[in-house]
Design a protein around this ligand. Sequence first.
Ligand SMILES: Cc1cc2nc3c(=O)[nH]c(=O)nc-3n(C[C@H](O)[C@H](O)[C@H](O)COP(=O)(O)O)c2cc1C
Length: 177
Amino acid sequence: MKQFNSIMDVIERRRSIRSYKPQEVKEADLNYVLQAFRKAPSAKNLQPWKLVLVKDKKKINDLSIACNNQTFLIEAPLLIVACASENEAYGVMGGYMNSYPIDVGIAMDHLMLAATERGLGTCWIGSFKEKLVKDLLDIPEGIRVVALTPLGFPAEEGEIKSRKPLSKIICYDKYIE
Ligand SMILES: Cc1cc2nc3c(=O)[nH]c(=O)nc-3n(C[C@H](O)[C@H](O)[C@H](O)COP(=O)(O)O)c2cc1C
């Protein structure tokens, strides 16, 4: 397995993986990535999240349809569905915003980076029909589905996507368009 020297190495190696080997994820690796999720920060440390780990092939198949027919999801041995409780989260971040998408977003990124470090692939899935996902997994009212990701050994390198240069995304002392 590739050894990483720094967090930046891992960040640069992570890519959205859309093709998977059928090989199971080892329990120790699964535990490692779940611990990375668990240790993430959240608003007021409320940790308003829960992960549904889906191994059942029929359910993964049905979920791939609920994710607007993203059929590559079927290849992965495990699908992780990241949920959040709106009521348990901090409701007025910045005076107006519920924290749950950010809380779960940070924790999922922890999970994805830890997966990369262990040679595992992930892909943030934000295109899904929430009602269908909730029905398939018996997710109760008040709980929102934030994202899904497959977890498994990559069967592709993943495409290297460009990013805006720093000069385009920072400014000093005031907001400059
Ligand atoms: C909020 C969000 C939603 C996304 N939804 C999907 C999705 O439904 N399906 C998919 O294949 N990739 C999805 N992606 C992955 C992005 O396309 C990908 O992160 C982006 O193109 C950059 O590529 P990289 O992840 O390989 O660096 C999503 C990413 C984010 C952050």
